[in-house]
Design a protein around this ligand. Structure first.
Ligand code: F6P
Length: 538
């Protein structure tokens, strides 16, 4: 008997109802690895069951973790939660229908035809993935995104929307309701509508936590509608809450199929029989490949253009969940798995060279979709009897084999077709694999304390900028050295003051100028020797 075939058979999971295959044969774990892991997996199943029963699984924040209830509300521990889930789904569907039927209409245009989603991180990545993966000529609305605070990015998107802005529905999404990038995006959008003499509120809805700053703003301004985000749903696992369902329903996608797919995957991945549980096998394969300590990176290679954004989506899901300094016992563990990837076969012409011949610090996850294209599209033979899809499959298989020959690990996930159901199932598969992996390495996958440091430091920069401007304005017309500006701003951090001044000089709206110093010394000196001034006090 062929050794490779035996191994393939032994490590191939298939669920006919889900239309999903999982091949872990090329992780090349030792025969007793899974047996040895079994007691820890059993403990993980129990912990996941407790989580689904409503345990405070996010202990650091004292929160339940309820994204699995979104597709099985009957499992929620509290009738009020069950009711909130079903009511919200109903409201999302009705709202989308009303928009499509022009019962909800913009101020001036005859109907809403476009959606501008304003959000970031978990409040954008899932919607972006789903929108790109499932778009078709049958879409009811086009969906655009503001997912940053890049002014030129705002302009580029607004330029692309162009004349369609009066018929564009803004969907502002922020669980916390206080994320600056999203607030800025909303203000940019408000200004763009105002330039056309339109009232933003008559074109906007929010998805946010009740009582958040954004929620209060939406009430005060009289937005078209508000949809809830709950503290028991994390941003990175919120695709099947209103965060993902509302934009998808507006686009005209079958959100109930997405929920059905996720629910079906949850049913399978609740199994305590490891062989029958693809999420457990995936988590175990990650553990084997990374040594349970992030020693190898996860390279995600979907051989399907529609899934190109899956790596960005999974990047947040995996890295924000697993990248933790402390384990649940308070020990310093510096956990995590780095995730990157775009799509095959495109990346074969970019970085597969290194994957095969270079540093062995990764494992690949191939994602394959068996159905090449919608059957009604027909097919083209590029050589007698050979289609482009045959090539796509051939390239995937060839790369898998080429990596295996070098002993480089890979996992392959195969979907029969890509549709709302299988995408929902794929999302649920990764959500649970992350949950199980976190149990195996004993970390809290549901908080993100590390993100706060960068946000606080950014706020400190913005605050210092205000003091720098005040200091310059007080001495308008006088050229000041860097040290003098820092002193005027009451800062003992001239490096940050330099960064602020350099940025202000490039954006002269506030009248701050960079002035070259006099004399040879200054001419050849570092730009830190430049002096700075406000051209005219505003
Ligand atoms: O939905 P919010 O509260 O605007 O947060 C956006 C993202 O920011 C983070 O909090 C990280 O900064 C993510 O966890 C979250 O998905």
């Amino acid at each position: 008997m062929n050794d490779g075939l035996d191994r393939f058979r032994a490590h191939l999971f298939h669920d006919e109802r889900l239309g999903v295959w999982l091949d872990t044969s090329r992780v090349r774990w030792t025969a007793d690895f899974l047996d040895g892991l079994e007691p820890r997996l059993q403990a993980a199943y129990e912990a996941m069951a407790a989580l689904e029963r409503g345990a405070l699984a996010n202990a650091d924040e004292g929160r339940m973790v309820g994204h699995y209830w979104l597709r099985a509300p009957e499992l929620a521990p509290d009738p009020a939660i069950r009711d909130a889930i079903t009511t919200t789904l109903g409201r999302v569907l009705t709202f989308a229908e009303d928009v499509h039927a022009a019962r909800i209409r913009p101020e001036r245009a005859s109907r809403f035809r476009d959606v501008l989603l304003i959000g970031i991180g978990g409040s954008a990545l899932g919607p972006q993935l789903v929108s790109a993966a499932l778009t078709s000529p049958a879409d009811r609305m086009r969906v655009w995104f503001f997912d940053n605070t890049d002014p030129d990015g705002f302009d580029r998107t607004l330029d692309a929307i162009g004349d369609a802005l009066p018929g564009t529905l803004a969907v502002v999404i922020s669980k916390s309701g206080g994320t600056k990038e999203t607030r800025n995006g909303m203000l940019e959008a408000e200004a763009a509508y105002a330039r056309l003499g339109l009232d933003f509120a008559k074109h906007a809805v929010v998805v946010t936590g009740e009582g958040s700053e954004l929620d209060k703003h939406a009430v005060a301004r009289g937005f078209l509608d508000r949809f809830p985000m709950w503290d028991w749903v994390g941003g990175r696992t919120s695709e099947l809450s209103a965060v993902g369902l509302l934009p998808a329903a507006l686009q005209g996608l079958d959100v109930e199929d997405m929920l059905r797919g996720a629910r079906a995957m949850d049913e399978v991945t609740r199994s305590r029989v490891t062989k029958r549980n693809p999420a457990a096998q995936l988590a175990a394969a990650w553990l084997s490949a990374t040594g349970g300590a992030g020693k190898k990176d996860m390279v995600l290679l979907p051989y399907k253009d529609r899934l190109e954004l899956f790596s960005r989506y999974a990047q947040q899901l995996v890295m924000e969940s697993l990248g933790k300094r402390l384990d649940r016992q308070g020990r310093e563990v510096w956990q995590g798995i780095s995730v990157y990837g775009n799509k095959g076969s495109t990346d074969q012409h970019a970085y597969v060279q290194q994957l095969r011949d270079g540093v062995d610090n990764f494992f690949v996850t191939f994602l394959e979709v068996l159905l090449d294209r919608a059957p009604q599209r027909g097919d083209l033979s590029v050589e007698p009897g050979v289609t482009p899809g045959d090539y796509l499959s051939g390239f995937l298989q060839g790369t898998r084999r080429a990596l295996d020959e070098r002993g480089r690990a890979s996992i392959t996930i195969t979907l029969e077709a890509l549709d709302a159901t299988s995408l929902g199932a794929l999302i649920a598969l990764y959500e649970r694999a992350v949950g199980i992996y976190a149990e195996l390495v004993d970390i809290n996958a549901y908080h993100q304390p590390g993100v706060e440091a960068g946000k606080k430091a950014a706020q400190a920069v913005i605050d210092l900028e205000q003091r720098v401007l005040a200091g310059l304005r007080a001495k308008a017309g006088t050229a000041l050295s860097l040290a003098e500006v820092a002193a005027a701003a009451g800062s003992d951090d001239p490096e940050t003051v330099f960064w602020i001044l350099r940025h202000l000089s490039a954006n002269p709206r506030r009248g701050v100028l960079r002035v070259r110093g006099q004399g040879a010394e200054a001419e050849v000196g570092s730009p830190l020797d430049w002096s700075w001034m406000v051209a005219a006090a505003p």
